[in-house]
Design a binder for this molecule. Sequence first.
Ligand code: XIL
Length: 342
Amino acid sequence: IEDLPPLRDTVDFPVGVAIDSRETTGAAAQLLDRHFGRITPENHMKPEAWYDEDRTLRRHPEATALMDFAQENDLGVYGHVLVWHSQTPEWFFQDDAGEPLTADEASRTVLRERLRDHVFGVAENLAADYGPFGSDTNPLVAFDVVNEVVSDGGENPDGLRRSEWFRILGEEFIDLAFAYADEAFNETYAAPGSARPVTLFINDYNTEQGGKQDRYRALVERLLERGVPVDGVGHQFHVSLAMPVNALEGALERFADLPVTQAVTELDVTTGTPVTQARLIDQGYYYRDAFEVFRAHAEDLFSVTVWGLTDGRSWRVDSGAPLLFDDRFQAKPAYFGAAGAE
Ligand code: XIL
């Protein structure tokens, strides 16, 4: 751990990693602290993580562990995620009798209120224990406000996923999510005098691919035209060695002319299986080329985050060793590539 150059010192943008509390102690914590400046909660700030059986919002102990770890080690926390179609309690979309909400005005009012309560609840909860956003004691620097709202296919003219959010509220849920997040994180619970302390992101996957990228861009343009307070465009970049690195660059360039920052939010690069030494070396070159692209676009980048610290902890481990470090905390060729080291 000691002799490798810290990855974060090799780039001009913050580098983050998705974790849970397992990475906040022992050798994992040391490795993390050396190479990364930001953390993203991999699961424990998702909508479902905030609620008990009785539907009362309370912070998951895992989220507390991450916030405390960030505070103690001077790391920024990139929050993930306020509004998503997945990992969200079913009752969000049901009436009190457990029946699905419809798209009528009464149902819409219920869901708008739930959305507002959720967003304000999260902000209030975090500010209560860590101080207002933008103060020295609160490590939160960003939040994914909406995640994966763009459809995979081009069948709908609006280009949006037919989620429960969309079924009940239509595109309006996106505008509302940003408006509430802006009010809660950047006004109500913001430190006096701090200017927009929490950067508000839209986030999606496959944004390096043609059709999805077109739909993403069109949505972001509509939001900006309507004055929706979206500060940043997130690219998950869950890719494999088969995805040309210039597609990643193309995605960043596609949004470069818009008045938003960008982030690589969930980077991982699967090798395919079996995981051979040759593939791990190819992966090293892949990370090298990808980080070269990120360095060239540093001015546009809010942060670059890898989706996990060690291979065995990756949600995509079955598709082949996607991350920078192996399970024994050893740097892989992927690390050396990313760090631009020999
Ligand atoms: C994944 C986590 O990594 C897994 O542990 C969990 O079981 C499912 O979710 N896009 C996202 C992330 O925005 O929240 C997902 O994280 C990966 C895909």
